[in-house]
Design a protein around this ligand. Structure first.
Ligand SMILES: Nc1ncnc2c1ncn2[C@@H]1O[C@H](COP(=O)(O)OP(=O)(O)O)[C@@H](O)[C@H]1O
Ligand SMILES: [Mg+2]
Length: 381
């Protein structure tokens, strides 16, 4: 997909802005805290979701009275397959809610017609996917499954709801004397949870192999033949994730047994101890855990390889390149990695932000804007 135009009103520190973008490369430069990331976030909010917050109210401008400030974003895009048809996304943040429409049709309905709507975002925080907490890595597997199959997101929501309800119930058993009624109730929750957990686990694993394959390939190209990257999904349910995913009943039985096996301890601690909310991904370089032993450079390479792998998977699945956003990352990368990223995303529309002119060295034929205090001035292209 290619974004053609963008209009913003009252988004974070951006009071009003209007853009016509290049199909190829768009550069936003400016000092720190001027609104570059906010602009990239506005694009992502219109298309999909913020990469910084789950709270819609944070997107409204702070200084204005919240209930008076209406945030509106209008984004027009073209699909690569139908380059003659302009599509309009209208997005509004009203209080704590984001409302979107595509060509005047509700977002949920329209998304079935426009599965190619996607931004792949590289941010400095991507490093924490490798070395941070496991929730970031679970998010990576969910995000990847979600872009390949839109149902995954709903399945995740069903799981989290069931988990919350079971945990509320568990933490309610405070005197630790469990009655027969409560045990029956818990086994009902476990069945619900196992059903939902199997869907999430199988959804993640289905695309995890491909993510590994591409990520490891890119990593090898980036860091040379002497280094071998491996990625493993660490499940709290099964030891070996190389299971037959089509045998959902078999996986369900294993999952349920595992939950049952933890019943006593779960009652004692008051929350659910096993399941997809406890899973993780391990990255190993030449057999050693990257989280503990990886150098900064190796971790950066994994982070870059992961995003490129996602972009490639998406392109292969939907027959269209996603929009790529490089927010403040080029300055952190050495020449080799920068050149590597830029070479692998030549068919995508790209947005690059940075503070210094040398962040954009070697990039020709780009439209350029200068960001200052939430305003954007076009300076080239
Ligand atoms: N909801 C908000 N309302 C008003 N200003 C905000 C809001 N959220 C963030 N900001 C401000 O926006 C400014 C620019 O942020 P950002 O886009 O991250 O800068 P950068 O140009 O470095 O990427 C910061 O000064 C921040 O305080
Ligand atoms: Mg920024």
């Amino acid at each position: 997909m290619k974004i053609k135009a963008l209009k913003i009103k009252n988004f974070r520190n951006i009071p009003e802005a209007d853009f016509l973008f290049s199909d190829k490369t768009n550069i936003i430069c400016g000092r720190n805290a001027q609104g570059k990331t906010n602009l990239m976030e506005a694009v992502c909010v219109a298309i999909e979701k913020s990469f910084r917050t789950a709270k819609a109210s944070e997107l409204l401008p702070e200084e204005k009275e919240k209930d008076k400030a209406k945030c509106e974003i209008e984004l027009s895009f073209f699909s690569d397959k139908y380059p003659e048809k302009e599509n309009i996304i209208e997005c509004g943040v009203y209080g704590g809610k984001i409302v979107r429409k595509i060509n005047s049709v509700s977002y949920k309905e329209a998304l079935k017609l426009y599965p190619q709507l996607k931004t792949i975002v590289f941010i400095p925080e991507d490093l924490y996917t490798v070395k941070g907490n496991p929730d970031r890595r679970r998010e990576l597997t969910d995000e990847t499954a979600d872009m390949m199959n839109k149902i995954h997101h709903e399945r995740e929501a069903v799981y989290l709801r069931a988990l919350k309800q079971k945990n509320t119930f568990l933490s309610g058993i405070i005197d630790r004397r469990v009655s027969g009624d409560q045990l029956i109730q818990l086994s009902v929750w476990n069945e619900e949870l196992a059903k939902a957990g199997v869907n999430v686990m199988c959804g993640r694993l289905k695309y995890f192999k491909m993510l590994c394959k591409y990520t490891c390939e890119y990593y090898g190209e980036l860091n040379g033949a002497g280094e071998r990257l491996e990625m493993e999904y660490i499940s709290s349910i099964v030891k070996d994730t190389d299971i037959d995913l089509s045998d959902t009943e078999g996986v369900y039985n294993i999952y349920l047994e595992r939950l049952k096996g933890h019943l006593d301890r779960e009652i004692a601690v008051g929350h659910t101890l096993v399941g997809v909310h406890r899973d993780d991904v391990e990255f190993r370089i030449n057999g050693r855990r990257a989280k503990d032993y990886g150098s900064q450079g190796q971790i950066r390479s994994i982070a870059v390889a992961l995003r490129l792998a996602q972009a490639r998977m998406f392109g292969e699945k939907w027959g269209e390149e996603p929009v790529v956003i490089l927010d403040d990352v080029l300055s952190e990368l050495d020449e080799k990695r920068r050149e590597f990223i830029l070479r692998h995303i030549v068919n995508s529309q790209v947005f690059i932000t940075g503070c210094n002119d040398n962040d954009f060295g070697g990039i020709e034929e780009a439209c350029r804007w200068k960001a200052e205090k939430g305003e954007f001035e076009k300076i080239m292209g």
